[in-house]
Design a binder for this molecule. Structure first.
Ligand code: ZN
Ligand code: ZN
Length: 246
């Protein structure tokens, strides 16, 4: 009997503690507080109820009435190839992201990161995985105030699960975000100068990890500086995508 295909199954390659640890230390579902019964702090029922995005833009994952390419991507094609978004930015995904971002609930970050890794695994063949994962950086001043970067907290479990290196300092944010009160074009111009690539990304396939993609301004700007620095491809992986800005 040939056991090789069995051994190649991802479940069997995972460390034993990872596979069975939840039986020793059962976790609670972060949505309903009942035992999750799995190696992720989210029960099967609550996961199934998370808000899926139906039809969407094939490039930026913007929710649409039909699957197509949205007006913005047609008019101004972004430097990234596409956005993979797990969910629509609605309850309870919105609350979970805020728990991470505003209340530093790192368990939620780790759970959401695992969901993102599962989504990537189901979407991209392993041979096409990027060389590096880059979390959206915070400006150092904001980082100092907040004490952590939510995108890094999401990128870490994704990198661990998919066995892809996470480069936390490859892109620096050199301007704090002062977007309030600016119009869309001014925000765009401002954002393009907000990032600087540190070190060599020439020829690399990269995935930028973000919590929520709202206007695509940040991810467009980051992808543009990385492509200009010689990256061969940039994709965006995020937990949630918001509907069209009103
Ligand atoms: Zn639950
Ligand atoms: Zn689009």
């Amino acid at each position: 009997m040939n056991l090789y295909p069995l051994l190649r199954r991802p479940l069997l390659r995972r460390p034993l503690l990872k596979q069975f640890g939840y039986r020793l230390f059962p976790g609670l579902c972060l949505c309903c507080n009942l035992p999750s019964g799995r190696d992720i702090d989210l029960c099967q029922g609550c996961e199934a109820a998370l808000p899926a995005i139906g039809h969407r833009c094939q490039i930026c994952a913007l929710p649409l009435l039909h699957t197509a390419i949205c007006g913005e991507c047609l008019n101004k094609p972004p430097a990234f190839t596409n956005i993979i978004a797990c969910y629509a930015y609605q309850s309870p995904v919105a609350e979970l992201i805020l728990a991470l971002k505003n209340h530093r609930n790192l368990a939620t970050g780790s759970m959401l990161g695992q969901l993102l890794a599962d989504r990537i695994r189901a979407t991209i063949p392993r041979q096409q995985y990027p060389n590096l994962i880059i979390p959206v950086p915070l400006h150092w001043r904001r980082s100092l105030v907040r004490g952590f970067n939510q995108s890094l907290e999401l990128a870490r479990p994704v990198g661990r699960e998919l066995e892809i290196a996470v480069a936390r300092n490859r892109v620096k944010r050199i301007q704090p975000i002062t977007q309030q009160g600016r119009n869309k074009d001014a925000r765009r111009r401002n954002l393009r100068q907000a990032f600087r690539v540190v070190g060599n990304v020439r020829g690399l396939r990269l995935a930028i990890v973000d919590d929520v993609v709202t206007t695509t301004g940040t991810t467009r700007a980051m992808a543009a500086v990385l492509m200009a620095a010689g990256a061969s491809r940039v994709d965006i992986w995020c937990i949630a995508r918001t509907p069209l800005e009103k």
